[in-house]
Design a protein around this ligand. Structure first.
Ligand code: ADP
Length: 323
C-alpha cells in the first residue's frame, strides 16, 4: 500500500461525491495511508492546491450534495505542459497513486496523465447522465433521476388539476438515461431521447387519442440533447397540433445536480471508494472501478469512453407498453 495517495473530484458536481470521499478517507486511514485532497479539480492539481483529508474532514459530509473539495473544468490540463506541472506537484508531495472521481472526460484525461507520467490512477465514475462506459451506473445518476421524477410528479398535480399539457426538459446532453428512467417512473405520455429520432406523427397521434379519451393531463419528457432541440421546440411543435390548449414548459436544469444523495448513491459511492483504495494496494495498473451486474469490476482506464443508452429489446418493450 502506498504511504500517501491523492484524491480529486473533476468535472460537473453530482450528489454522492462527498460519500465517496468519505469512503476513500476511511479506507486509506484503515490501511495506514495518508490522503491528500486536491481542490478545484485539475486546475487545483496544476496550482498545487493540496490539503490533508482526515477522518475529521469527512465527518458528516455523507449526506451533502456537491463536493467539499470543489470541482472544476480545466483547459490547462488538456495541454501536455499543464499535465507536466500537475505531475511535478504530485512528485513534490511523494505521490504516485491517485483516485480521480470524474465523468468520461475527466477519466480520459486521467488515462493520458497516468500514461505520460507513470502514475497509478484509479477512476471512479460519476455523472448524473450515466454516460460512462464499462459500468451500469455512476455516482449521482440515481439521485438526479429521483429528483427529476419528483419534479414530474409535482408537475403532474398541476397538469391534472388544469387538464393541461406539459413539456418537461431534463438533463442529458448526449444520453437519454434520465429522461428514460424518470419519464417511465413518472408515467410520462411521451419520452424523447437523443438515442432515437422522434416520430412526430406517432407521438401526436398517441397524445391526441389520450387527450380525447380522458381530457386529463399529458406530460412529455424530453432530454436536453434530444434532436428536437429541447422543451421550447417540442412545445412549439405541439402547439401547432393542439391549437386550443395552453402548453406548460418546465426546464428542470441544475436542480437535478444538487441535493442530498439517495441511499443507492451513497452506497454506490461507498463501494466505489473502498474498492478504489484497495485496488491501489493490489496493482500498479490504472483502471476504473465500475458496477457490472451487481458486482464491482475494473476496466483499464484507457478503455473508458462515453456511453449512450442502448435501446435493447427489453427497454423497447417498456416504452411500447408504458407510453
Ligand atoms: P466530466 O469529467 O464530468 O465528463 P469534462 O468532460 O468537462 O467533465 O472533463 C473535465 C475535465 O477533464 C476537463 O475540463 C479537462 O481538464 C479534463 N479532460 C477532459 N478530456 C480530456 C482529455 N482528452 N485530455 C486531458 N484532459 C481532459
Amino acid at each position: 500500500m502506498p504511504k500517501k495517495i491523492a484524491v480529486i473530484t473533476s468535472g460537473g458536481d453530482v450528489p454522492g461525491l462527498n460519500a465517496c470521499l468519505r469512503a476513500i478517507v476511511h479506507t486509506a486511514t484503515h490501511e495506514h495511508c495518508e490522503v491528500l485532497g486536491v481542490e478545484h479539480g485539475y486546475d487545483g492539481l496544476i496550482a498545487g492546491e493540496f490539503s490533508v483529508l482526515t477522518l475529521a474532514s469527512v465527518r458528516d459530509i455523507v449526506r451533502r450534495g456537491g463536493t467539499v473539495l470543489r470541482s472544476a473544468r480545466s483547459n490547462a490540463f488538456m495541454t501536455p505542459a499543464g499535465r507536466a506541472q500537475a505531475a511535478a506537484n504530485l512528485k513534490a508531495q511523494n505521490i504516485s497513486h491517485m483516485v480521480v472521481v470524474g465523468g468520461d472526460g475527466s477519466l480520459r484525461g486521467a488515462a493520458i496523465f497516468g500514461r505520460e507520467h507513470d502514475l497509478t490512477i484509479v477512476g471512479v465514475p460519476k455523472t448524473i447522465d450515466n454516460d460512462v462506459s464499462h459500468t451500469d451506473t455512476c455516482i449521482g445518476y440515481d439521485t438526479a433521476t429521483n429528483t427529476a421524477m419528483d419534479a414530474i410528479d409535482r408537475i403532474r398535480d398541476t397538469a391534472d388539476s388544469h387538464e393541461r399539457i406539459y413539456v418537461i426538459e431534463v438533463m442529458g446532453r448526449d444520453s437519454g438515461y434520465i429522461a428514460f428512467a424518470a419519464g417511465l417512473a413518472g408515467a410520462a405520455d411521451g419520452i424523447l431521447i437523443p438515442e432515437t429520432t422522434t416520430d412526430w406523427a406517432s407521438l401526436t397521434r398517441v397524445l391526441k387519442e389520450r387527450h380525447r379519451g380522458h381530457k386529463g393531463s399529458l406530460l412529455v419528457v424530453v432530454a436536453e440533447g434530444d434532436e428536437s432541440g429541447g422543451a421550447i421546440n417540442v412545445t412549439q411543435h405541439l402547439a401547432a397540433e393542439f391549437p386550443d390548449e395552453k402548453i406548460g414548459i418546465c426546464v428542470l436544469g441544475h436542480i437535478q445536480r444538487g441535493g442530498a444523495p439517495t441511499a443507492a448513491d451513497r452506497l454506490l459511492a461507498a463501494r466505489f471508494g473502498v474498492a478504489a483504495v484497495m485496488r491501489l494496494r493490489e496493482t500498479i495498473d490504472s483502471a476504473m472501478v465500475g458496477l457490472q451486474g451487481n458486482a464491482l469490476a475494473f476496466t483499464p482506464l484507457g478503455d473508458i469512453q462515453r456511453k449512450h443508452l442502448e435501446l435493447n429489446a427489453e427497454r423497447k418493450q417498456l416504452l411500447q407498453m408504458l407510453l
